[in-house]
Design a protein around this ligand. Structure first.
Ligand code: SF4
Length: 692
């Protein structure tokens, strides 16, 4: 134990974990953090925090943190520590060699939602301007890419509709495929306060999360649907709204289009709660009751998570929820809306910043000539009008031999992406894998170049949270590696023949603001003055936009889209009779790269399989037994916990520990529109693991 003494200075910055985006005062003594104090002036958290932001910052100085660049010819060689100049020129030379041999499109980059907006922006700029292609994607591909697609199609923009404060005006709160208590704890507290004040609750989730029943909370409806049947469920709710005359007719007539076709679709008998009961497993009477409550209970707000998006119909379900909100007039004011609870601290920002292969910053399609000309004029390079490769396309192309080099910033794709065997095969076949990270993570173990990154304590920039709020991230110390991540990226681009020069981070935000209409009023100076702001922030909304679509939808009229239910290809079979679904736990975060290197790991030292007492009994499994978890693509071993939170036939685990590697068993099935992996539905078998 090191006695740090009293702090001598403090810096206000933003938590590096979840999409709530809590503000903290980092209290410092020298370059040591004495404590992280939740900041009362933080607009997202108002002085509250959870155990991750408050206590789990020690990873920044963990002994496994890498501070020096390293290179090696082959992954079988030892790493060689080199200086920055060598690492940058080696990386640039190798990237150019691969392009010369295999073509311009043979290289690409992946950005991270754990880095700042400014760091993401320069990576996508490097790919488009220095690499000369659109092969850039972000880890949102594996979480909320269906949110982007679905909300864009229906409302006209790829973001949630409300600010967090809005939940205080909700009379009905419908939580779909999310567990805010564990994954978004500070927002969950706001939600629970409103519930204790009397708001009604509908939970749509196979698992009995604590919002269904816990101290002072008893949901009016829990719809424990079979994994993979979300769309059938939302169609059944819409059927009740339309056929029982619960539609907000004036709202629909004035503000929406496509209603007649959609209403005819959902009214069909095949979409009735009685017809879909056999699909979802939820009693029709409960679905009818929940739909009536949502439509007639006053202000009704939807909050949703990865239990919506990580399905083969993730995008369809997002549109289904938007349809339901429009039909009942629950958009465009306090207490309503369709609200993605976005996972990582800057997943909203990484999407906003153009790190999708089809979109430039501000969600503008690369095929739009006027938009490309705008960027070309400032960047001085031609931007291709054709979308580039998504992450799963990169993996497939790597195995085919046409994609040969990848730059990965801050994402552990080897642990986080589905079907680990396939991911490893792809990464092992690359000529060059460059990883920029704090640690030698599972991906870096397969890399040829390692570029040490900065922790949030060293970063200067902005994160954008789940309510579109742009928060400042301020450094409490200089980069321990000697360089900011954006500087490294700029130097690689320059060494490839495309100079990218900024004197300081604020200049990157100035460029973003100049090129992105929804950010045109944003600058570091402005943020330092007002604290934070929600985009759009521009001439029309100089103080930002807490609630979207107030007078009209971003796309003009809200667009109803019929959402036909298509069952997933992943079915339980005699060999794999159970369905696995995955989620997070409060003390840990995603693949655990940060939290596993803090004292938080003591609370959750391993991933555990939750299994219903009946499913355990028929397999002879007792609480705490080691069990095998097998799917058609792989097998792993973990400890069983017997729990009636799961329905019969469904098992659940987290994915925080590489030793378990839950993604060894998840498959390559993905959302039809965005390729977001179907993590939430995997047919598995569970068996008692006998000691060898
Ligand atoms: Fe806030 Fe999320 Fe950080 Fe917890 S993890 S302190 S809820 S931002």
């Amino acid at each position: 134990v090191v006695e740090l003494g009293m702090p001598t200075r403090s810096v206000i910055t933003t938590c590096a974990y979840c999409g709530v985006g809590c503000s903290f005062k980092a209290e410092m003594r020298g370059d040591q953090v004495v404590r992280m104090v939740p900041y009362k002036g933080g607009d997202a958290n108002e002085g509250h925090s959870c155990v991750k932001g408050r206590f789990a910052f020690g990873y920044a100085t963990h002994k496994e943190r890498q501070l020096n660049p390293m290179i090696r010819e082959s992954i079988n060689d030892e790493w060689q520590v080199v200086d920055w100049e060598t690492a940058i020129s080696y990386t640039a030379k190798k990237l150019l060699e691969v392009q010369a041999k295999y073509g311009s499109g043979s290289i690409g980059g992946i950005t991270s939602s754990r880095t700042t907006n400014e760091e993401v922006y320069v990576v996508q700029k490097m790919v488009r301007a220095a690499f000369g292609n659109n092969n850039v994607d972000t880890c949102a591909r594996v979480c909320h890419s269906p949110t982007g697609y679905g909300l864009n199609q229906t409302f006209g923009t790829s973001a949630g509709t409300q600010d967090f404060k809005s939940v205080a005006k909700a009379d009905v709160i419908m939580v779909i495929g999310a567990n805010p208590t564990d994954a978004h704890p500070v927002f969950a507290s706001r939600m629970k306060k409103r519930i204790r004040e009397g708001a009604k609750v509908i939970v749509v989730d196979p698992r009995r999360i604590d919002l269904v029943r816990s101290a002072h909370i008893e949901a009016q409806y829990h719809l424990p649907l079979q994994p993979g049947t979300n769309v059938a469920m939302v169609n059944a709710m819409a059927h009740v709204v339309v056929t029982e005359g619960l539609v907000a007719a004036d709202f629909v007539a004035e503000r929406c289009e496509g209603y007649e076709e959609w209403a005819e679709f959902v009214s069909r008998e095949e979409n009735s709660p009685e017809a879909v009961e056999a699909i979802t497993g939820v009693p029709a009477a409960d679905v009818r009751g929940a739909a009536r409550l949502y439509a007639t209970g006053g202000n009704a707000a939807i909050y949703y998570g990865l239990g919506v998006t990580e399905h083969s119909q993730g995008s369809t379900m997002v549109m289904g929820m938007a349809n339901l909100a429009m039909a009942t007039g629950n958009v465009g004011r306090d207490g309503v809306g369709v609200n993605p609870l976005r996972g990582q601290n800057n997943v909203q920002g990484s999407c906003d910043m153009g790190s999708f292969p089809h979109e430039l910053p501000g969600y503008r399609h690369v095929s739009d000539d006027a938009v490309r000309e705008l960027f070309q004029a400032v960047w001085g390079r031609t931007i291709l009008p054709e979308p580039g490769l998504r992450i799963p396309n990169m993996f497939d192309a790597a195995i085919d031999g046409t994609f040969r080099a990848l730059f990965v910033q801050g994402e552990d794709i080897a642990q986080s992406d589905p079907n680990t065997k396939h991911v490893f095969a792809a990464l092992e076949s690359l000529d060059l894998l460059v990883v920029q990270d704090l640690f030698i993570n599972e991906t870096a173990k397969l890399a040829h170049v390692f570029l040490p990154g900065t922790s949030f304590l060293e970063k200067d920039g902005t994160f954008t949270n789940a309510e579109r709020r742009i928060n400042r991230v301020r450094p409490v110390m200089a980069p321990k590696t000697g360089k900011h991540e954006w500087e490294i990226v700029c130097e690689i681009a320059a060494a490839m023949g495309y100079p990218m020069t900024y004197n300081q981070t604020s200049e990157i935000m100035d460029e973003i603001a100049a090129l992105t209409p929804t950010f045109s009023g944003v600058s570091f100076e402005m943020l330092d003055k007002v604290g934070s702001v929600q985009w759009p922030c521009n001439d029309k909304a100089p103080e930002g936009t807490p609630i979207m679509h107030v007078d009209g939808f971003v796309r003009g009229k809200g667009h109803f889209v019929p959402t036909t239910f298509v069952p997933t290809d992943e079915r339980s079979t005699r060999k794999f009779p159970l369905i696995l679904t995955t989620g997070r736990i409060l003390s840990q975060y995603n693949v655990g790269a940060q939290t596993r290197r803090t004292a938080n790991v003591a609370w959750h030292p391993e991933d555990i399989l939750e299994i219903h007492p009946h499913d355990a009994e028929v397999r002879g499994i007792n609480n705490g037994d080691m069990v095998s978890l097998a799917s058609r693509v792989g097998e792993t071993t973990l400890k069983a916990t017997i729990s009636d939170r799961m329905p019969v036939g469904v098992v659940y685990t987290t994915f925080h520990h590489p030793v378990t590697g839950a993604n060894v068993v998840t498959t390559e099935n993905s959302d039809w529109a965005t390729n977001c992996p179907e993590y939430k539905v995997t047919a598995v078998q569970v068996g008692l693991r006998h000691p060898a």
